[in-house]
Ligand binder design. Structure first.
Ligand SMILES: Cc1cc2nc3c(=O)[nH]c(=O)nc-3n(C[C@H](O)[C@H](O)[C@H](O)COP(=O)(O)OP(=O)(O)OC[C@H]3O[C@@H](n4cnc5c(N)ncnc54)[C@H](O)[C@@H]3O)c2cc1C
Length: 440
């Protein structure tokens, strides 16, 4: 079998607000020396930890080792906006939906993943990081209202409940009169993503060994797979790769994964006076009716703004790009909350999303006893959990019915040739974001 050398390993830039709000973690356990295990999982995000949790339930006596290049919660799993969405969430379309049959299946699978995370939240006492509050789709333009209308039509077709919100409702909730309308859907869980993922890792650490700051540099599949880091190695008969877009860094799914980054800023704490001036409810979560618009969260005395997608095939961003996009966050914040004047941002960050052109995940057994769960198309908190959990079922051979559903999905489709992607992907993102107008 071939050797897979990592062409690059992740190094996420700048601390995310979610991570920054948590107490510093204890010193990491770095992989050193030679270890033998029954299972190796590379990646300690939603997918890797879901696989680890499910394995720890299915084969409780097995030795399970999880290895991550960074601290748990430092990567995308702790950088996202924390929307664990039960409904379809296609970022490429106009209203997040796809065909009815596809979306019904998606909802069933998403809800199974949310329940799996919910059971972990309960077991490990993470309820403050996992709140079943629902989410609002907000619209600030006639174009946004049309997107909401389409979305509501799609939900009606799926027999999914929702509540229509008018401009006055939106002001009552958010404090701003920026929004013309909204749609509330009840099934979304709002996570403090870094808090949840770190809490999950810490709960699991009783049954699973987790090594951090240990980038995997080489995979040597064989009868006993060998996984090497800079200072150590683990051998085991079964290997799960839960590294999201970095599957491509190991040479898997080449030219099939789209490496997109998105960015967020979190304000400093708002004073009591500022909160009174703003009004509205202390906690709410809003995604834009137009998928290219801005996501907003109020978490008590802070507000988080997320917007802007960029195409970064080298799988990395830099401080300049983060700061530049920070200006777009400031503009969006000011447009929505003019009553707050200039509020400094305490944190600005960016992170990696792995998408595919056909919105398909990377899932299955790609070499003998080497399994993958990745490319979660912008809904990794849920679909990472789902495919992570299902790789464990697949690898143990439990015949879980959703494994077949997942195996029936096509692989990520091929990207266009490199020069077409280099010009076409940024141009398409620019156009879609331009069209979002005031929703951005
Ligand atoms: C700003 C932002 C907002 C977002 N908002 C949302 C949202 O609201 N809801 C949602 O569902 N999704 C959201 N996402 C996407 C979500 O964060 C990802 O889809 C999700 O984290 C994917 O989970 P994962 O476990 O598959 O991958 P990741 O979370 O990326 O985990 C993969 C792990 O593998 C590790 N790794 C990679 N290569 C190696 C290696 N060579 N050796 C060792 N370890 C390695 C990485 O360090 C990483 O920890 C957002 C993303 C960003 C950046």
């Amino acid at each position: 079998m071939s050797v897979h050398q990592a062409a690059r390993t992740p190094s996420d830039r700048s601390v995310s607000g979610w991570y920054g709000l948590l107490p510093p973690p204890k010193a990491p356990e770095v992989l050193r020396g030679r270890h033998k295990a029954d299972w190796i999982i590379v990646g300690a995000g939603f997918a890797g930890l879901a696989a680890a949790r499910r394995l720890s339930q299915l084969v409780p006596d097995d030795r399970i080792v999880v290895i991550d290049a960074q601290r748990v919660g430092w990567g995308a799993a702790g950088r996202n906006s924390g929307f664990m969405i039960d409904l379809p969430h296609e970022l490429g379309g106009e209203n997040y939906g796809s065909s009815q049959a596809h979306d019904k299946k998606r909802i069933r699978m998403n809800r199974a993943a949310i329940e799996f995370s919910g059971s972990a939240a309960k077991e490990y006492g993470l309820q403050s990081h996992f709140v079943r509050s629902g989410k609002i789709h907000g619209a600030a333009t006639s174009h946004g209202l049309r997107a909401l209308h389409d979305f509501e039509g799609h939900l009606t077709g799926l027999s999914e409940p929702f509540e229509q919100l008018d401009a006055a409702d939106m002001k009552r909730i958010t404090g701003t009169d920026f929004f013309l309308g909204g749609t509330f859907t009840p099934g979304t869980v709002m996570a403090q993503p870094a808090g949840f993922i770190r809490g999950l890792a810490s709960g699991l650490s009783e049954r699973v060994e987790i090594f951090e700051n240990s980038p995997v540099t080489t995979l040597r599949p064989g009868k006993e797979h060998k996984v090497q880091t800079l200072e150590g190695e683990v051998v085991a008969p079964r290997l799960i790769l839960a590294v999201n877009g970095h599957l491509e860094s190991f040479g898997f799914f080449k030219r099939r994964l789209l490496h997109i980054f998105t960015y967020a800023s979190m304000t400093r704490q708002l004073s009591e006076t500022e909160q009174a001036t703003l009004g509205g409810e202390p906690h709410w979560a809003l995604i834009p009716g137009d998928p290219m618009g801005s996501t907003l969260r109020r978490i008590g005395d802070r507000i988080v703004v997320r917007n802007t997608f960029t195409y970064n095939p080298a799988m990395t961003t830099n401080d300049r790009q983060i700061q530049k996009i920070g200006h777009a966050h400031d503009r969006s914040f000011k447009a929505r909350f003019p009553m707050l004047g200039d509020v400094a941002m305490d944190y600005r960050w960016g992170g990696h999303l792995c998408l595919s052109l056909n919105s398909a995940p990377a899932f299955g057994e790609i070499e003998d006893r080497v399994y993958v769960a990745g490319c979660c198309n912008g809904l990794g908190t849920v679909q990472g959990t789902l495919y992570g959990m299902l790789t464990a079922e697949l690898a143990v051979g439990t015949r879980h019915p959703m494994v077949n559903d997942a195996l029936e999905e096509p692989p990520p489709s091929k990207l266009y040739p490199r020069p077409v992607m280099a010009v076409g992907a940024p141009a398409r993102l620019w156009l879609m974001q331009k069209r979002a107008g005031r929703e951005l």
